[in-house]
Design a protein around this ligand. Structure first.
Ligand code: IMP
Ligand code: MG
Length: 176
């Protein structure tokens, strides 16, 4: 692709494995939300490839919305969460938050609290990856694609300063 890929230590997930994970997650959601109309709310921007692939496998009537947050600078979490722009209308809705990865758990904890306060009927979380050993806040996703170790990952939506999101695979970034 280009020299950005020189900083990728190894591939963590190939396209085929990504597809298998998403099929598994979609099947679980399709079963659990029978007769319901979930509202999928993606956490921008990392959710984009994942959400796009996931919803194509959802067999339910559903709607989509987004929330935009920022918490990382480079490979380090800033610890502060900033909500940028509008918060979706969630009152009375069965919300499924679509997240790329859970690290400390702060992002999802805050977003979940916000949607509960805005009177969502239910709030669940689907995450593509889970760095479970890095958790600092009490936050468990309802649907987890794959648990990974404490690596900084890039590709398939995961970024380093907004680069790498377009890679079709997930790679481990070579942190110096
Ligand atoms: P948390 O609030 O610490 O759980 O951080 C979660 C957010 O940090 C995710 O939504 C990602 O945007 C970002 N993040 C965490 N780990 C990584 C990573 O390994 N690569 C890229 N972004 C990450
Ligand atoms: Mg994110």
């Amino acid at each position: 692709m280009n020299n950005l890929e020189e900083n990728i230590k190894c591939k963590l997930l190939e396209e085929k494995e990504i597809d298998e994970i998403i099929t598994k997650l979609a099947n679980e959601i399709n079963n659990d939300y029978k007769d319901l109309e979930p509202l999928f709310i993606g956490v921008l921007k990392g959710c984009l490839p994942f959400m796009s692939d996931l919803i194509k496998k959802i067999k339910l009537p559903c709607k989509l919305d987004y929330i935009r947050v920022k918490s990382y600078s480079g490979t380090k979490s800033t610890g502060n969460l900033e909500i940028i722009g509008n918060v979706p209308e969630v009152e009375g809705k069965d919300v499924i938050i679509v997240e790329d990865i859970i690290d400390t758990g702060k992002t999802l904890l805050e977003i979940k609290k916000l949607f509960v306060a805005k009177k969502a009927k239910s709030v669940k979380v689907v995450t593509f990856l889970d760095k479970h050993e890095c958790r600092k806040f009490e936050m468990e996703a309802d649907y987890v694609g794959k648990v990974i170790g404490n690596h900084f990952v890039v590709g398939y939506g995961f970024d380093l300063d907004d680069y790498y999101r377009n890679l079709p695979y997930v790679g481990i970034y070579n942190q110096k």
